[in-house]
Design a protein around this ligand. Structure first.
Ligand code: ATR
Length: 275
């Protein structure tokens, strides 16, 4: 049987095995998908062992996405742009590395949330790995403007500069949170790690245009701190990152199996369990 896994540390609570098992059932594919706990110093050995035992591919999560990038012998343009790899595919000619996180975000925004990105004003909060992974797919969706804002402004400015060649017609700008005062956006995406510590980024008020979407890449039971703050400001279109999780998995499944699963029922099941 074709074997896949998600590798990380910790990994026990990963939802990926359930998501991929559901995709496999739904599409009539026969495969096994498990979790693989790698020691913090033992990522490469764990990957090689899995590959030698007949493994076909791996999803890669915290803290190994940079090591997976280095290990891949070929990388997709979106993995190069993200500087990180979340999907490894073992091929006869080497290890192929891709990154499906940003594509998963864009698909969640457009297909699940009915959001048009083209021609809209997008604000991306954060300048770490999560923000970087989202930048190329967001720019490819051709928003009128993409503003990058981070607690440490210089990191946002440097990140935006490195993506300027991919901006095409999108107005790309960057700065700190206070620089946002007086501006309005149609889509605001929180890619900071603030929600992990139950904090919301310290944003000026009044950033949300009428009908704007507030999106958090994190998810949990109920609103994240960022979403709670947006709701308190009167935003009614809110979404957390559970859809992105399922969509990035679907993109990986498509890469490996050549068929795109229907994510709706899988997302609905996970949502029911969280509530
Ligand atoms: P990830 O890979 O999840 O993006 P990271 O690379 O460590 O993680 O980046 C964390 C991001 O969250 C950074 O943009 C960080 O801002 P700084 O660059 O100023 O550190 C942001 N972040 C973390 N905690 C935050 C908080 N409480 N408020 C605002 N931003 C926060």
């Amino acid at each position: 049987m074709d074997r896949y896994a998600v590798i990380g540390n910790p990994i026990a609570h990963s939802k990926s095995p359930r998501i991929h098992a559901a995709f496999a059932r739904q599409t009539g594919q026969t495969l096994e998908y498990s979790t693989l706990l790698a020691p913090l110093e033992g990522f490469v050995t764990a990957v090689e062992n899995f590959r030698s035992a007949g493994g076909r591919g791996l999803n890669v999560t915290v803290p190994f996405k940079l090591e997976a990038f280095a290990l891949a012998s070929q990388r997709s343009p979106r993995a190069e742009a993200a500087g990180a790899v979340n999907t490894l595919t073992f091929r006869a000619d080497g290890i192929h590395g891709d990154n499906t996180d940003g594509a998963g975000l864009v698909r969640d925004l457009t297909a699940n949330l009915g959001c048009t990105l083209a021609g809209r004003r997008v604000l991306l909060l954060g300048a770490g790995g999560a923000a970087r992974g989202a930048l190329l797919p967001l720019l490819q969706a051709a928003p009128s403007s993409l503003t990058l804002a981070n607690r440490s402004a210089d990191k946002a400015v440097a990140l935006a500069e490195s993506f300027r060649p991919s901006a095409n017609g999108t107005m790309l700008s960057a700065g700190g949170f206070p620089d946002l005062a007086g501006q309005q956006f149609d889509i605001v995406i929180n890619a900071t790690a603030a929600s992990l510590s139950s904090e919301a980024p310290a944003l000026p008020t009044g950033l949300y245009a009428p009908g704007a979407l507030a999106y958090d890449m994190m998810y949990g039971k109920g609103d994240t701190a960022y979403l709670a703050r947006a709701r308190a400001e009167g935003v009614t279109h809110l979404a957390d990152g559970l859809g992105m999780l399922v969509e990035q998995a679907a993109e990986s499944f498509l890469l490996w199996r050549g068929v795109r699963p229907n994510t709706g029922p899988v997302l609905a099941d996970l949502r029911r369990e969280l509530s």
